[in-house]
Design a protein around this ligand. Structure first.
Ligand code: CP
Length: 306
């Protein structure tokens, strides 16, 4: 039995197989519409979500399976004090696979250690968000044709942004990747990722504050939201929240093939006027999230259709 806690749980060959499967699903979804007949996915979400939970549920429904779960810990027995370990022991009796989001770093890992079914980390605190990373990599690979040789700008909340942490971990394994880290001083990438991931893998990077200064250098701009829920005080959040706003004017500084990704939800960091720019692919990215999660469910349940 296999779980997914981190994007590094799959090596690059396994990821390539998963992306090829996702592209086959995209090309011919009907061929997979009964692949999970009789299987059940539990979505245990202790933290709010729109995309991750609903795309997991859409993925399982598209595969012919069923879904059950909770979208709010207040409506689960966690509100009565039940531990994650006990919850997953029980969920193991009801479902074949579980996607779990939790505000505490490591909670899905605790679940996986007490589970009889595959557990997928659907986001744990400020730590990791591996299925967002699968989505991001699939989007880049499908639209750019490669995962190597790219200059990638990561902009916004690089301190608490788990999608950024997971994406960096995954991308350093591809050739000729370099990063431009764009953030205010207070929201810089944590030292442990700069030291243990970027420097340890000899990946070139630079850190800047102004987005305008680097737009022309980028193959890809990954925008992130300043996350209100990760701040300890409202004052700091208010000071940071509109630090970056990508608008049409800034987009004129970028090359014609530069793609803009965002894990969403977006608040103010991308002006709505940018949505009509063909380089803005964040809604396409959300669609790729369904194909990525369909491929992941099939892989973890060891179901082969092809
Ligand atoms: N990208 C992402 O994780 O979105 P949700 O919080 O809506 O799931």
């Amino acid at each position: 039995m296999r779980h997914l806690m981190s994007p590094l749980d799959f090596n690059t060959e396994e990821l390539e197989q998963l992306f090829q499967l996702a592209n086959r699903i995209e090309a011919n979804p009907e061929a997979y519409s009964h692949a999970c007949d009789g299987k059940k996915l539990a979505t245990c979400f202790y933290e709010p979500s729109t995309r991750t939970r609903l795309s997991f549920e859409a993925a399982m429904l598209n595969l012919g399976g069923s879904v059950l779960g909770f979208a709010d810990q207040a409506n689960s027995s966690a509100a009565k004090g039940e531990s994650v370990a006990d919850t997953i022991r029980v969920i193991s009796c009801y479902a074949d696979i579980c996607a779990m989001r939790h505000p505490k770093e490591g909670a899905p890992m605790v679940a996986s250690m007490n589970s009889q079914i595959p557990v997928i980390n659907a986001g744990d605190g400020g730590h990791q968000h591996p299925t967002q990373t699968l989505t991001d990599l699939l989007t880049i690979r499908s639209l750019k044709g490669t995962l190597g040789g790219l200059v990638i700008g990561l902009c916004g909340d690089l301190k608490f942004g788990r999608t950024v942490h997971s994406l960096i971990n995954a991308l350093v394994r591809y050739p000729d990747i370099s990063f431009i880290l764009i953030s205010p001083e207070e929201l810089r990438l944590p030292d442990y990722i700069r030291e243990d991931v970027l420097k340890a893998n000899h990946v070139p990077y630079k850190e800047v504050v102004r987005l305008e200064d680097v737009m022309s250098e980028l193959d890809l701009l990954y925008m992130t939201r300043v996350q209100k829920e990760r701040f300890f005080n409202e004052e700091d959040y208010v000071r940071m929240k509109d630090f970056y706003i990508l608008d049409k004017k800034k987009m004129t500084l970028a090359g014609p093939d530069m793609l803009v990704l965002h894990p969403l939800p977006r608040v103010n960091e991308i002006a709505v006027e940018v949505d009509s720019d063909p380089r803005a692919v964040y809604f396409k990215q959300a669609q790729y999230g369904v194909y990525a999660r369909m491929a992941l469910i099939l892989t973890l349940l060891n179901i082969s259709v092809d």
